[in-house]
Write a protein that binds this ligand. Structure first.
Ligand SMILES: [Zn+2]
Length: 228
């Protein structure tokens, strides 16, 4: 990305957030080329997948998917950067809508009653202005026509970044940070818990356990991307 293209996109906001080409009529957030090029995992088409395997024995999930493959310096990393650090919440909504549409095509919209995003700590959410996982939830909700609620799962403690931590340290860092606000809201509901990137799955495990302990009827997972 050059300074010039950053400058241009400042004045022409209707450019693709993947490649900065101008969007044409009917295109939203991402151009047709970038949409086609998104590195999909297609895990929702498979009987079992690496996300389920990653969570096996740790979290009892019905479905577990990541929509895209995260590669260093690839388009997914770029889009997640736009979503998390460049004030582009619409990226999360757009990707959620896309994945939701693909789930609908397989009849998987019938599998859930409520979408719950992994919460951010209040201080971080205030700083960013929104929760990126909630934006993904919002997009999924639009396509799946299932409600989403970001008030259910709460983050009690602020954690340090997981980026450079080992698997064990990641778990120690998150195991006690989540809670449930109003447990009745998830009682007997089939929950789709959503997050941005899955790495070891420690965050989803810690957050998901509270949902199971508070008697949701089933738990499934959907992430924007899977890190290797
Ligand atoms: Zn593009």
């Amino acid at each position: 990305m050059s300074i010039l293209s950053d400058f241009v996109s400042l004045f022409f906001p209707n450019s693709c957030l993947g490649c900065k080409e101008a969007l044409v009529k009917g295109e939203e957030v991402l151009c047709t080329h970038c949409l086609a090029e998104l590195p999909r995992t297609n895990y929702h088409l498979q009987e079992t997948n690496p996300i389920q395997e990653r969570l096996f024995g740790r979290l009892d999930v019905k479905h577990a998917w990541a929509f895209l493959k995260f590669r260093k310096s690839g388009i997914v990393q770029h889009l997640l950067h736009q979503l998390k650090y460049n004030n582009h919440p619409e990226v999360g909504v757009r990707i959620g809508m896309l994945f939701g549409k693909e789930l609908c095509e397989q009849g998987l919209d019938k599998e859930f009653d409520l979408i719950v995003p992994v919460p951010l700590h209040n201080s971080r959410q205030r700083k960013r202005g929104y929760n990126q996982s909630a934006k993904f939830a919002e997009g999924l909700s639009t396509s799946l026509t299932i409600p989403w609620d970001e008030s259910i799962s709460i983050r009690k403690k602020r954690t340090t970044t997981q980026t450079r931590k080992s698997k064990l340290d990641r778990w120690e860092n998150v195991k006690d940070v989540f809670g449930i606000d109003v447990a009745e809201k998830i009682l007997n509901k089939r929950i789709l818990l959503v997050d941005d990137v899955i790495t070891t799955g420690a965050t989803l495990e810690a957050c998901g356990r509270h949902l199971l302990e508070n008697n949701c009827s089933s738990l499934s997972i959907a992430c924007i991307a899977e890190a290797q």
